[in-house]
Write a protein that binds this ligand. Structure first.
Ligand code: GTP
Ligand code: MG
Length: 324
């Protein structure tokens, strides 16, 4: 993160800086990748003033111009990979879940989305040589399904290591959880997550994973008339951009869950399609479709990946966590 303050930018006085920070734009980098309309709405300024601030932020942060392929390759070299605990699933994902990306896991109730989320919250804390990112986790829990006891079980299930002694308390201490009570609250929490990540940035456990479980449940429950569909998609779109910003600024993985309806739903149409439609689908970099199989077995299908072949992997959800 740069050492510049928001107040260093052209057109940003103390009052505007305050409003920007309250809306989650706590750094020059965050402003540099904002859109004029979202900034204008957040800071209660005109769009042309917002555009000027963004331009100034881009110049100060030295981002926003065109990059050559080799520069992009350089940035891609920083991409980390987070192991899921299942070799099959890791292989399907080309070696684990990528950072600088949004991974959307969707499937029916009980298909294991929340279980995978818990496992990622454990694994991200592991050292690199054990498939982790040596980082901490921020979790937005919209359905009150985070269970510390489950984390403890998974920590006990970690492979034994001569160099490390796993303490579930330590793992729990690096998981920052907030309940989201409605979609607006959820949007605000994603913005707060950017601030928290900035605080954690220079610690020995920077935030490398943001979980939103479930991404769409509140949106689905609150927007029940066709008349409000555009409004919902617009809010969801803004939310997805905040999440992408988190992934980019922190070289982090953003892991979101999405439910598919087992029963056709008049409003949301095709029961086999994830909720949220094209907004979520186009913003997520990787999409995994989970379904139940025999016993504790689950089948994951990789859908629409930018650089990996589509395919399937089988893994198990056990008391000790995700396994082959
Ligand atoms: P929704 O949020 O309802 O859409 O479902 P989900 O996809 O998040 O499902 P979730 O991850 O909660 O999966 C629940 C399933 O995980 C259970 O039916 C069990 O099969 C499995 N599971 C959950 N906890 C345990 C556990 O402690 N031990 C074992 N062996 N399996 C568990
Ligand atoms: Mg769940």
């Amino acid at each position: 993160m740069s050492e510049f303050l928001l107040e260093d930018l052209a057109g940003v006085g103390p009052a505007t800086a305050e409003k920007l920070r309250d809306s989650g734009f706590s750094s020059i980098e965050a402003l540099a990748v904002a859109s004029p309309s979202e900034l204008a709405a957040c800071a209660e300024i005109g769009e042309s003033s917002a555009a000027k601030i963004i331009k100034s932020a881009r110049e100060t942060a030295d981002i926003g111009g065109f990059e050559t392929g080799d520069q992009i390759l350089e940035r891609r070299k920083l991409v980390g990979r987070l192991s899921t605990g299942s070799k099959n699933l890791d292989e399907l994902l080309g070696g684990g879940m990528e950072t600088q990306a949004i991974v959307e896991v969707y499937g029916e109730f009980g298909s294991g989305k929340t279980q995978v989320a818990h496992q990622m919250a454990v694994n991200v804390q592991l050292p690199l040589e054990l498939g982790g990112l040596n980082g901490s986790v921020i979790m937005i829990d919209t359905e009150n399904t985070f269970r510390p006891e489950r984390i403890s079980q998974m920590v006990k299930g970690l492979p034994e290591s001569e160099d490390h002694e796993w303490s579930d308390e330590e793992f729990l201490g690096n998981i920052h959880v907030a309940r989201a009570y409605n979609s607006n609250h959820q949007i605000l929490l994603a913005e707060s997550a950017l601030e928290l990540a900035e605080k954690l940035h220079d610690t020995d456990k920077p935030a490398r994973l943001l979980i939103v479980d479930s991404l769409v449940a509140h949106f689905r429950a609150e927007y029940v008339g066709r008349g409000t569909l555009a409004d919902r998609q617009q809010k969801l779109n803004k939310h997805m951009h905040t999440l992408q910003r988190f992934a980019d600024l922190n070289n982090a993985l953003v892991f979101v869950t999405n439910q598919v309806m087992s029963k056709p739903d008049a409003f949301f149409g095709d029961p086999t399609k994830p909720v949220g439609g094209h907004i979520v689908g186009h913003t997520a970099t990787f999409r995994l479709y989970l379904r139940k199989s025999k016993g504790d077995k689950r089948i994951a299908r990789l859908v629409d990946s930018p650089n990996l072949p589509d395919g399937e992997a089988i893994f198990s959800v056990t008391t000790e966590g995700l396994q082959d």
